[in-house]
Design a protein around this ligand. Sequence first.
Ligand code: SF4
Ligand code: SF4
Ligand code: FES
Length: 224
Amino acid sequence: MTNDSDNSQTINLTINGVAVAASAAMTLVEAAWHGGVPRVTAVSCLESVCGSCRVLLRRGKEVTVNLACQTFVEEGIEAVFLPPQVPPLHHYEIGDFTDGWNIQARFHEIFPEASHCRNCHGCVRSCPKGIDVEGAIALAAAGHFRDAGEAFLECVMCELCDSACPELIAPAHVGLFCRRITAHFHLRPPNLIYRLEEQRKEKAGLAAGESHYTISPFVKGGSR
Ligand code: SF4
Ligand code: SF4
Ligand code: FES
């Protein structure tokens, strides 16, 4: 990630109530570490994929949220790292789904709040990955689980949308359900099936090249 501003410039900001003087090239995570801000520990990938560096940002009267590892320091900004996500409130066993015809009914039992969306856009505004969370929730509530799951493809499970939802819909977990249920009722990607089978054979101590199959459709270009 690069910052086009003058990197030699010193930027003064507040992180978790601590005054920090940072270089303009720093992200909020780097500035927190550089400034010795305590308790910024639950941060992981630094590449905006793990969703762990949730931060609340105050610029004057405006309050927003974002991922700290993808947010550069700004003069006068107040940043507060948010605590880790709470355990999900919606429980289900994906293996209990044996009949594809009752998914929608079961979904509404598990996520009864999903049909109460008030279209406040809070989830969309809070999503650091630019996902149309609100639209995806509408798709899920209408039973379009595959489409809803695809809408959540870039989701990093930061759960900022969950925190923003006044109806406690837990959009992040609705998205996860949609992706899981879609995978549950579909064949796995063929190259993954093949790779896993190879690993199973290796584990079982079968000789290299020995196979339950006579040919790999992927290596030999066969039909899928
Ligand atoms: S959909 Fe929710 S959990 Fe996923 S990235 Fe966006 S805000 Fe984070
Ligand atoms: S925050 Fe919740 S209620 Fe508001 S639009 Fe998103 S899902 Fe609907
Ligand atoms: S540290 Fe992983 S998303 Fe920021």
